[in-house]
Design a protein around this ligand. Structure first.
Ligand code: ADE
Length: 383
């Protein structure tokens, strides 16, 4: 993680987080450990708990324990740990799904924070619905984050999770992506790259049009239900595949969710449809027997498949996310008290710095605008 490494080296020199209490509710992985170490190098006191207990790497949690307070291990109920972390009186929070800040908000304590950051689309939806008492930087929406995390990262790791769980050959299959946001685009492109025929289902006309112009088939989910061999939900919403879809699906169809919560596939409806019972046929693959000769295969109990069945994002992706997180936290420590409560974009300067450091790590050089070009741009700005 070269970008984060260079930030960590600067943090160690400059100590921008000296004495700041940072609480992070993230996936407890080796990549997150590097972020924690960057904060500790910058002088912070760090507490960490899992945003999703199934992704916790216990060896990482153990290894970090001397450097930060790490609450919980794989499979634990996350709620008591989130509440315990909230009780440590953090000054800055980091969330992957908004659980920690939601607890502080519900306790009326968010106003004591310099601010928080949010890593996911789902978390931002939750936070924007609240009357927040502190500023939050939308790391999820930083340009560098979107490109690497949503597009390349989740695109690749979702396919990786599906393939690890099933060992399916994707070439020649019909692969249905429900939701064409940044993540859906990444998944659709990777599936096409693997030789699948890709169908996109999307409720937003602009996104649906874009999918069509990119060369994907676009249609309502009920029609796609009849065609798909593999279905991936990535909408951030709930019950996007339900009773009517299951009724039309082919025998052997594979169902996976790449959205943050396990609510995108209606699991209650799937259980209700399984007149012939449910059987684990492979680790992470449950076969739902519909009692009419058809079986539907649900991966990872409908939980976020890239983390539950794969290893999550590659380090090169988390390098960009966590570089944004590190610089966003530094920004909150320096300027959080000047920011109004509510969700704010990550400052452009942070985004540009992350992109610059990444290019530097790749050994890529770029041009700078000349004096004349700068004056030209400014001239237009004054008109
Ligand atoms: N989210 C997705 N992949 C991750 C990873 N490897 N570490 C932390 N958070 C993640």
């Amino acid at each position: 993680m070269p970008v984060l490494r260079s930030i960590r080296a600067r943090f160690a020199r400059e100590q921008p987080l000296a004495g700041v209490r940072v609480a992070a509710c993230l996936h407890v992985t080796a990549e997150t450990a590097n972020l924690v170490r960057a904060f500790v190098a910058g002088g912070a006191e760090v507490g960490l708990c899992a945003a999703n207990p199934i992704s916790t790497q216990d060896d990482v949690a153990d290894a970090l324990s001397g450097e930060a307070e790490v609450l919980g291990r794989r499979g634990d109920d996350p709620v008591p740990h989130v509440i315990a972390l909230a009780a440590t009186e953090p000054q800055v929070t980091l969330d992957d799904g908004a659980d920690l800040l939601s607890v502080l908000h519900a306790q009326g304590r968010a106003g004591t924070l310099l601010g928080g950051t949010e890593e996911t689309t789902t978390g931002l939806v939750r936070l924007r619905a609240l009357e927040l008492a502190c500023p939050v930087l939308a790391v999820n929406e930083a340009r560098t984050e979107r490109l690497f995390n949503d597009h390349y990262g989740t695109g690749q790791s979702t396919l990786d999770g599906i393939l690890r769980a099933t060992n399916l050959l994707l070439a020649g299959r019909t692969f249905v992506v429900v939701g064409y946001g940044w993540t859906g685009r990444g998944i659709a492109n990777r599936a096409r790259g693997a030789g699948a025929q890709v169908i996109v289902c999307e409720i937003d006309p602009m996104r649906a049009l874009e999918a069509r112009m990119e060369g994907f088939e676009v249609m309502p989910a009920l029609l796609a239900a009849e065609r798909g061999d593999v279905f991936v939900t990535v909408t951030g919403s709930r019950d996007v595949l339900g009773t009517e879809h299951f009724a039309r699906m082919k025998d052997g169809a594979v169902l996976a969710n790449a959205g943050h919560f396990d609510i995108e596939i209606d699991l209650g409806a799937l259980r209700a449809a399984a007149a012939g019972g449910v059987r684990e046929v492979l680790p992470l693959v449950d076969s739902y027997d519909l009692g009419d000769g058809r079986r539907l295969n649900l991966l990872a109990s409908g939980r976020v498949v890239n983390l539950a069945a794969g290893q999550g994002h590659p380090a090169a992706v988390m390098d960009m996310s966590f570089a944004n997180q590190a610089l966003a936290v530094e920004h909150l420590v320096r300027h959080g008290s000047e920011l109004a409560p509510g969700v704010h974009p990550v400052p452009d300067a942070v985004d540009s710095e992350v992109a610059r450091l990444k290019l530097e790590s790749l050994g890529v050089e770029i041009d700078e605008a000349t004096e004349g070009q700068l004056r030209y741009g400014e001239g237009w700005g004054r008109r």
